[in-house]
Design a protein around this ligand. Structure first.
Ligand code: XCC
Ligand code: SF4
Length: 630
């Protein structure tokens, strides 16, 4: 067996450079070129000090003009912008969650969508006081789905899943009016507060940002995750591979991209269908390869071992290989650039959701009722496109790494049962994990999440931080494009244990896990909340006392800000490598980096130097340990 080594970012970059040469031949545009055209960025935008929410403006704050025409000062403008940014993210994650509720509602014994994890469904029903005795599992699924949908618009009360948090956390939320009510209400309320002539008080704007974020984390995203598990199975450790080398030149390559597993699951089903494989052979291919980009990739990797072609800033590369028959997308993080780019190649760019419609794409509308036939049509379209390849343009960079993925909370509990020699009760608990932390074998954990961003050398921050942290016996739980950066580098290969400190290495060996645990897509950051909540309950401490922090070194989206708000809102300090357009206001900056501690016992740290960012996280983890006397 060849010796294990990580793939370097330099190798990623060399592969990209080679693909861009193909792009140049066919006159393709690229994000790398567009970044050049867009820099330097607008300073007003970067600092968050431009307001265009009414047509008396736009107003920009300068020394000479310290207030907008309505008299709003810089703190109000920055705060409103921050709140709207959060609302965008919360709405997006939560609407994804809502789609999953609808899919669950459409599930049927003889339908396209089935209940694959009935135990989880029953567990949630009981948690929500829904009668389960003697009920048909699909009747129960419909009832739970409907109750879930009500969480979006119920007139009274707060989110049901908040009860999963430790009581101390729930008390903090109640006391500070942060407990999220109906999800849609929190988003609407955010848009209302940021309307012309409503809130301009920094504290009020940031509080609502946290509440809207929490409605995502403990509401929309958590339902998205839980009901996806019910429908498609709760992830268990499974082997897969990552990076462009997973595409197979002789095969029909279909790339799924986006977020909602309802689409990608169906595509995977049909790509496995003997009839479709035979058809692919008839068309001159050897078979069909599905691979993924972004969070949809995480979803199908965790449940089916479908390989990951890459993360966010690699989406154009997939087309540039010249070997992609179809890139099939649902919602979120899809570059509109894929339309014109696919026109330079034979690739079919297939959009499927009314939520994400784009020029230069083939729109095949996908919905729960017709999922089967539409998925079949998409797979067929890709197969029939194989013959249109231009062989002279085909080049698949031969880079890939092995990865073990699928670490849901349930899976983590299970694999760690053997470690730390503790007796485990039937359901399994987080006790062994906690013992690893209290004994100091593990110093703590970092939740590495989020995107790529051209403002940060892509993947470099994710990978370098992870290497540093695991060398310091800090276990990584990762999701989203951060998880894919890790997988591409090889950090999710179990052999990466040799890069760890002695303590983490021992845990990896005993539990047979990689040092970076793939917890899923970005809605699956809700899994991380549950894990933190369980650890805190088990230890009898506040979440904020755990030696655990969050980190998004390359984040870019509104969703990421919503996540940041719910992660600090849940008591976990969060470290960012990209500025959240708030630097223009000293007051907002002070609240975000310190003031929120008063309400939720956690705050943000923004640091662009990743060496320092890593040091700050380690220091914070050690501080927390010292405070607990462990
Ligand atoms: Fe999108 Fe979720 Fe960011 Fe990746 S990490 S670029 S948001 S795909 Ni969510
Ligand atoms: Fe200008 Fe006030 Fe209108 Fe904003 S709301 S554009 S600051 S007048």
């Amino acid at each position: 067996m060849s010796e294990f080594r990580l793939t370097t970012v330099e190798e990623f970059e060399a592969a990209t450079a080679r693909l861009l040469e193909t792009g140049a031949k066919v006159g393709a545009d690229s994000w790398q070129a567009r970044v050049k055209n867009q820099t330097p960025h607008c300073k007003f935008g970067e600092e968050g000090i431009c307001c265009r929410i009414c047509t008396m403006g736009p107003c920009r704050i300068t020394k000479k003009a310290p207030r907008g025409i309505c008299g709003c000062d810089v703190h109000g403008i920055v705060g409103r912008n921050y709140l709207m940014f959060t609302a965008g993210g919360s709405a997006t994650h939560s609407d994804h969650g809502r789609e999953i509720c609808h899919t669950l509602y459409e599930s049927a014994a003889d339908g396209c969508y089935k209940v694959k994890d009935p135990e989880k469904l029953i567990r949630i029903a009981k948690e929500w006081d829904i009668e389960t005795e003697g009920k048909d599992i699909y009747d129960l699924a419909h009832e739970v789905a409907e109750a879930g949908l009500m969480e979006y618009g119920k007139p009274f009360g707060t989110q049901r899943f908040l009860k999963r948090a430790p009581e101390s956390q729930q008390e903090l939320w109640e006391k500070n009016e942060l407990a999220p009510r109906a999800i849609d209400r929190e988003v609407s309320c955010a848009m209302h507060m940021s309307h012309m002539g409503c809130s301009s008080l920094p504290e009020a704007l940031i509080k609502q940002s946290i509440r809207a974020g929490l409605s995502d984390g403990w509401g929309g995203s958590m339902m998205g995750t839980e009901f996806s598990d019910v429908l498609f199975g709760t992830p268990k450790p499974i082997d897969t591979e990552a990076n462009l080398g997973v595409m197979v030149e002789e095969n029909v390559n279909i790339v799924v991209h986006g977020h909602d597993p309802s689409l990608s699951e169906m595509i995977c089903e049909y790509a496995d269908d003997p009839e479709m494989i035979a058809y692919a052979k008839e068309m001159g291919a050897k078979g069909i390869t599905i691979s993924g980009v972004c969070c949809t990739s995480n979803e199908v990797a965790m449940r089916r071992g479908i390989p990951m072609a890459g993360n966010f800033l690699q989406q154009e590369n997939v087309v540039l290989t010249g070997a992609c028959e179809a890139i099939v997308v649902d919602v979120q993080c899809i570059f509109p650039a894929l339309g014109p780019l696919s026109k330079c190649f034979h690739t079919k760019f297939i959009t499927t959701s009314p939520i994400a419609q784009m020029p230069d794409s083939d729109f095949i509308r996908f919905d729960a009722k017709t999922a089967g036939e539409k998925a079949k049509l998409i797979v067929k379209t890709a197969i029939e496109n194989f013959k249109n390849r231009k062989p002279e343009l085909v080049h698949i960079p031969q880079l890939k790494q092995k990865a073990t993925v699928g670490y849901s909370v349930e899976a983590i509990i299970k694999v760690l049962d053997g470690v730390a020699n503790s007796q485990v009760d039937e359901m399994g608990t987080v006790k062994p994990l906690l013992q690893c932390v209290t004994s100091g074998v593990l110093r703590g954990a970092v939740a590495m999440v989020g995107c790529n961003n051209p403002k940060v050398r892509p993947d470099f921050a994710h990978i370098e931080l992870m290497k540093k942290l695991i060398a310091n016996d800090i276990v990584i739980i990762a999701s989203g494009c951060s998880a894919q950066a890790a997988a591409k580098a090889g950090l999710m290969d179990k052999r990466a244990k040799d890069l760890c400190g002695d303590g983490l290495k021992r845990v990896c060996e005993l539990a047979d896990i990689p040092p970076v645990l793939h917890m899923g897509s970005c809605v699956d950051i809700s899994r991380m909340l549950i894990l933190a909540a369980e650890l805190a309950k088990c230890a009898g401490v506040h979440i904020s006392q755990l030696p655990v922090v969050g980190c998004a070194p390359e984040w870019m989206s509104e969703k990421a800000v919503s996540i940041g708000n719910y992660v600090i809102g849940s008591g976990l300090d969060t470290f960012l490598g990209v500025e959240p357009y708030a630097s223009g206001s000293s007051e907002i900056t002070e609240i975000l980096t310190n003031g929120t501690r008063e309400w939720v016992e956690a705050a943000f740290t923004v640091e662009k130097d990743i060496e320092k960012l890593g040091d700050l996280m380690i220091a914070r983890i050690e501080e927390k340990r010292a405070a607990l006397g462990i």
